[in-house]
Ligand binder design. Structure first.
Ligand SMILES: [Zn+2]
Length: 153
């Protein structure tokens, strides 16, 4: 019998690829339909007025119902990080140019959206920058139709 405390484990990374086909639910379906039209959809609480993206069915415990609203495509950078690697299927590899990942509060919303920010020197990035959405040329109703954000003029 092997004493478990004496067993040496060899660790490795095994890239895995999972594809799920699930019903997204009405709020996310509306969000993705909006993406196909280069619109960002959120939900607004009928009681407290908070607007969140992506949309959802309920605001919070014992709060109001949510109604679908289109939100602004400009916002303010609230936080960010500079990435020097990318992770694809669990494998990390260095990137040629640093990537700016921002947490953006779109105007009129109460939640944050995480997206890449392009066209800005990572050394010049700071909280409070004004940014706007940039879309894929031919959106397909997918999350990555909203390609990235750039500085708003
Ligand atoms: Zn509410």
């Amino acid at each position: 019998m092997v004493n478990q405390s004496e067993v040496e484990f060899v660790e490795t990374i095994v890239p895995m690829d999972f594809n799920y086909n699930i019903r997204a639910g009405k709020p996310i379906e509306d969000y993705l339909r909006g993406m196909a039209q280069k619109k960002i959809m959120g939900s607004k609480c009928t009681k407290c007025g908070k607007v969140v993206i992506p949309p959802r069915n309920v605001c919070g415990v014992a709060c109001g119902k949510m109604e679908m609203v289109e939100v602004d495509q400009t916002g303010t950078l609230q936080n960010y990080t500079i990435g020097h690697v990318k992770i694809t299927k669990g494998l990390m590899e260095p990137v040629e140019e640093p990537v700016v990942l921002g947490m953006i509060q779109l105007d009129g919303t109460n939640s944050l959206l995480v997206s890449e920010i392009r066209g800005v020197d990572p050394k010049q990035v700071k909280k409070g920058l004004r940014v706007k959405a940039v879309w894929k040329e031919s959106p397909e109703g997918k999350f990555d139709d909203l390609a990235y954000f750039e500085l708003a003029s």
